[in-house]
Ligand binder design. Structure first.
Ligand SMILES: Cc1cc2nc3c(=O)[nH]c(=O)nc-3n(C[C@H](O)[C@H](O)[C@H](O)COP(=O)(O)OP(=O)(O)OC[C@H]3O[C@@H](n4cnc5c(N)ncnc54)[C@H](O)[C@@H]3O)c2cc1C
Ligand code: SF4
Ligand code: SF4
Length: 932
């Protein structure tokens, strides 16, 4: 192992080779019900590195698993041996060709980003997995992922036109490049010859050919795509198509060239309710043949009950009778007349079947999306009904559409026989059904029950329906032992030959797709334990990861949960020493570097709340010294803030006298001498804040507003080089211009919302501070008679959670939009401005309003892509500047043309100014200038 690590370190940099067992186990987690078996995780930045990794693994005879986003559900990504993660920008290229009819995409591109690039051409890619906003193109192609609307003839197998790939022997092949192909035909003549021989063997068996054609007329991701031999003659084309669905077992996919499909611009969606599953499936069968419906998603009663509490779910779900079933139907057209025709035809056809409520469509885009979002949340919703120590077995089968009703009955009977409470849902037009089954795998009896169930399920699908054991989710580890059952000896042997031909040493994703061990699918099942109620519902799907500002330097939200679970399990099993060691890792990578911004929760279909878990952890682990300090601060807040203001003024003076460089050096040395306890100074640090403007008493003849400047705004002024007036003065000026009388709460210098304490997990001190603020604001607002404006969005979000609900609390965006710009004349300033919606702006649903407000005030507004949370996280940016730097990498390049930037949090603005290279200020500055 040591030699392996050293060899990896010699081709990759040291920090790209991870051998700490806690980190390896955590980094390798995927969305399946298998525990990772990986021994090492490495980060590759180029294809050249991939070739070298393959070489090292071949020599060490150790498995290699390539990893995209790790959203696979059949156990194909958790690997054994070495896991290869994609790092850097070498994997992210998208190139749209021929007016959107084709595209090239790198394996690291997120599927939905391809569709964003294609949207201006009214085209999209055919593959549409529900995970498209998280899954990579590498994973989508390697799994031949499909989804709710993707017809067989639109899937990646049919759409792929070229590939750039690395074979196990390190050869790079570009099937679209003549020279590359010619060289490959020469160097791998024997390989291609053998592929040709396999083709001849298959074509010599007409029954086998007919069976392949029949089985691939429905969705199928079991085994290798042997239809490549029937559909293509040139071995090079056969190889190209075999790579689709090969799950990283034949080679590394670098980039793919794909055909796209048109997207008619108008659509209508309807959620139709039927008294029984049989009525629903019969209706779907009639629609499939006769109407222009694009998708029909069937959901049984258990699924519908699971959806009751999902955000935006229709209220009727709470009143459905037993046995009720729904079908989500969508139709698209090129114009409204066409759409009208489609919907009336569909409604006419549905009229032959009983309905629980009258069937209807909506063509309003937001409403259509809302219905689809409810459907997309189904897997997770079912999962959330399980106990914390249960896992969710996800099955994804395909049977011929005419047999849907029989199939549903047979599967339900099977679930009942085994006592599994499984929901049935699926893409009915394709005969593709998904089951999500909460399973407890803690004891041997439960494993035996699962084993018997799987054997019966496999028999039912292969023998009775001649269907597909996996329609979309790939064979993985879960179905690898059953490939022979589905395809029979002849084709199974062909598949084994394919594997041997391209991976003679069996290093590529061992155990996945082909596995002769009949019990392999029961090995290493996840066995989760409860760890924290705010995250126990997590199914480790990985959907939250892209939102996380710390994922590139620490753990992602999913990994934080996974590691916390592992530690809880170790403690449960009494392995305290290992638990303590792993907790040190959690402390460093999980707790310390979490911005507790809650952005992961916004992306989580189950609402798992990692920030709360981390805050509680910090609170539990706070030392007596920290608690005493927090107590002191909460009781002497006015004095502490005054000292901080003076310190900032001192630093600002030093900055002017000795310059950025010298002060930076001194501050860094002082910080290092303090063991990183002193905050890190940076050139964007502000000077101290100003005194609050003069108090006024409410005037009965005027509209009054209570203005609460956050403690950050009170203590921090503008950054160096920014000669703006203090924010408090500007805000007061603006409010007065809009006709308001401004009221400040009494004793404002002592007031704080407690956000900084909350972030550190010091709930008691945080609550004491917000209680004091509550009293002051209630008094100032006359128990909620006057609106309250807070200039800092994260503080306002906490105030909304903790203060008296009689008060109308608003952040600058909402206040300016609803109460200022409508009272004043706004002139668009001739400027290009960058906007940074904070995490709370996003979580309060104000991001669009922010853009709207800025667009009223400036000619051009840029919201940089891929920048979610700035990672400054209150005062964390001073103590862990690397978090802020990682979260804002990629910002500077996107705002080069901007004159300045705007946000709604002073500390965020410091980090944005530092890493964006433009001065960021509160949005109220812009509104004030545009309304002069
Ligand atoms: C809630 C949920 C819903 C889902 N819905 C759907 C759905 O509707 N339809 C569907 O088909 N799937 C679905 N999936 C499964 C999964 O999201 C898809 O299979 C997805 O395409 C996997 O992409 P990924 O980037 O996460 O791949 P990963 O999980 O990282 O990898 C998947 C496989 O591809 C291989 N691989 C990855 N990158 C490469 C590469 N560059 N070269 C070679 N091999 C590579 C891996 O080794 C692995 O075998 C769902 C999953 C979840 C959790
Ligand atoms: S709270 Fe923020 S930083 Fe922490 S895990 Fe979630 S997204 Fe990442
Ligand atoms: S926190 Fe939510 S989104 Fe993230 S892995 Fe868990 S269930 Fe999925």
């Amino acid at each position: 192992m040591l030699t392996l690590i050293h060899e990896m370190q010699s081709i990759l940099s040291k920090e790209c080779v991870h051998d700490n067992p806690a980190l390896v186990d955590t980094y390798a987690v995927d969305a399946s019900f298998y525990k990772p078996k990986a021994k090492l995780v490495v980060d590759a930045h180029s294809v050249n590195e991939v070739s070298q990794i393959l070489d090292v693994c071949t020599r060490h005879d150790i498995g290699v698993t390539f990893r995209g986003s790790g959203t696979a559900v059949s156990g194909q990504t958790c690997g054994e041996g070495v896991i290869v993660r994609l790092h850097g920008s070498a994997w992210d290229a998208i190139r749209v060709l021929d007016e959107g009819k084709q595209f090239w995409a790198g394996c690291g591109v997120i599927g939905s980003d391809v569709n964003v690039a294609l949207a201006p051409f009214k085209q999209k890619m055919g593959a549409d997995p529900a995970s498209i906003a998280s899954a990579t193109m590498g994973g989508i192609i390697a799994d031949n992922s499909a989804g709710m609307c993707c017809m067989v003839e639109q899937n990646s197998y049919h759409a792929i036109k070229g590939i750039r790939m690395v074979l196990a022997d390190g050869t790079y092949l570009d099937t679209t490049d003549e020279m590359s192909c010619a060289a490959f035909r020469k160097s791998h003549a024997k390989t291609l010859e053998k592929l040709g021989a396999m083709r001849t063997k298959i074509l010599a068996e007409p029954e086998v050919v007919a069976r392949i054609k029949r089985k691939y007329s429905i969705k199928n991701t079991i085994g290798y795509m042997v239809n490549s031999f029937v559909d293509h003659e040139d071995p090079m084309d056969i190889l190209l198509h075999l790579m689709v669905g090969s799950e990283g077992t034949l080679g590394f996919i670098h980039e793919v060239l794909m055909d796209t499909i048109p997207t008619p611009p108008v659509r209508a969606t309807g959620l139709m309710f039927f008294p029984s599953l049989k009525d629903a499936t019969d209706a779907v069968i009639e629609l499939k043949g006769s109407c222009n419906a694009e998708a029909a998603e069937v959901m049984d009663c258990i699924s519908l009950r699971a959806l009751q509490d999902v955000k935006d779910a229709p209220s009727i779900l709470k009143e459905l009778p037993d046995g009720a079933c729904a079908v989500l139907i969508e139709t698209k057209a090129w114009d409204t007349d066409g759409l009208e025709k489609n919907t009336s035809e569909i409604l006419k056809a549905l009229g032959h079947y009983p309905a629980l409520i009258p069937h209807a469509f909506t063509s309003e885009d937001a409403e259509c999306e809302r219905l689809w979002n409810v459907r997309r949340g189904l897997f997770s919703a079912i999962a959330s009904y399980r106990e914390p120590d249960e896992y969710v077995l996800t099955e994804d089968i395909n049977i011929p559409v005419p047999e849907l009703a029989d199939g549903c009955d047979a599967f339900q009977e099977l679930f009942d026989r085994y006592g599994y409470n499984a929901g049935i849902m699926g893409h009915a037009f394709h005969g593709n059904l998904h089951f999500s089954i909460p399973v407890k795998i803690a004891d041997e009896e439960a494993v035996k029950r699962l084993d018997n169930f799987m054997i019966d399920l496999v028999d039912l699908i292969t023998k009775r329906f001649d269907g597909s054991l996996k329609a979309e989710h790939g064979t993985g580890r879960a179905m690898a032992p059953f490939v022979r059952n589905e395809w029979g000896d002849f084709l199974f042997e062909i598949m084994c030959d394919i594997k041997k031909l391209f991976d003679p040493k069996g290093i590529l994703n061992p155990g996945v797709l082909i596995n002769e061990d009949k019990q392999a699918y029961l090995e290493g099942l996840k066995n989760p334990v409860a760890t924290h109620p705010s995250v126990d519902m997590c199914v480790e799907c990985g959907f939250c990861e892209l939102a996380c500002p710390s994922r590139k330097i620490a753990l992602s939200p999913r990994q934080r949960i996974t590691l916390a679970r592992s530690i809880a399990k170790l403690r449960m099993e009494g392995d305290t020493q290992k638990a303590d060691e792993w907790e040190t890792i959690f402390h460093k990578y999980g707790a310390d570097l979490c911005a507790t911004d809650g952005l992961c929760q916004l992306r989580c279909p189950l609402g798992a709340d990692v920030a709360t878990m981390v805050r509680d952890y910090r609170g539990r682990n706070a030392s007596g010294k920290v608690i005493r300090l927090a107590d002191y601060v909460s009781h002497h807040f006015g004095g502490v803030l005054k000292t901080a203001t003076m310190a900032l003024n001192g630093m600002s003076l030093a900055q002017r006298i000795i310059g950025d460089k010298a002060l930076g050096k001194m501050a860094t040395s002082a910080r290092s001498l303090s063991g990183n306890k002193l905050p890190q100074w940076n050139p964007a640090m502000p000077k101290g804040g100003s005194k609050a403007p003069v108090q006024t008493r409410p005037d009965a003849n005027k509209d009054c507003v209570v203005y609460f400047p956050s403690c950050a705004v009170r203590s921090m002024g503008p950054s160096k080089g920014d000669d703006s007036e203090p924010l408090m003065d500007v805000t007061v000026k603006l409010l007065k211009r809009a006709g308001y009388q401004v009221i400040f709460p009494q004793n404002m210098s002592k007031l704080c919302c407690g956000k900084a304490m909350e972030t550190k997990g010091l709930a008691e001190q945080a609550d004491a501070m917000s209680a004091e603020l509550n009293v002051a604001l209630l008094e100032a607002s006359q128990n909620g008679k006057f609106m309250v404006l807070c200039d800092t969005s994260p503080c306002l979000a906490r105030m909304k959670k903790t203060l008296d609900t009689r008060m109308t609390l608003m952040d600058p965006i909402e206040f300016a939009m609803k109460n200022v710009v409508n009272r004043l004349h706004v002139t668009k300033l001739p400027r290009t401005v960058a906007l940074h919606p904070t995490c709370t702006t996003r979580s309060m649903g104000l991001a669009d309003m922010f853009t709207e407000l800025a667009s009223k005030c400036a000619e051009k507004v840029i919201v940089p892509k891929g920048i979610n949370c700035c990672g400054f996280a209150g005062d964390k940016g001073f103590h862990n500047p690397e978090l802020n730097a990682a979260a804002l990498s990629g910002l500077r390049e996107q705002i080069v043309e901007c004159d300045e930037g705007y946000s709604v949090s002073r500390t965020c603005e410091i980090g944005l100014t530092l890493h964006g290279g433009k001065n960021y200020r509160n949005i109220l500055y812009l509104v004030e200038e545009a309304t002069r």
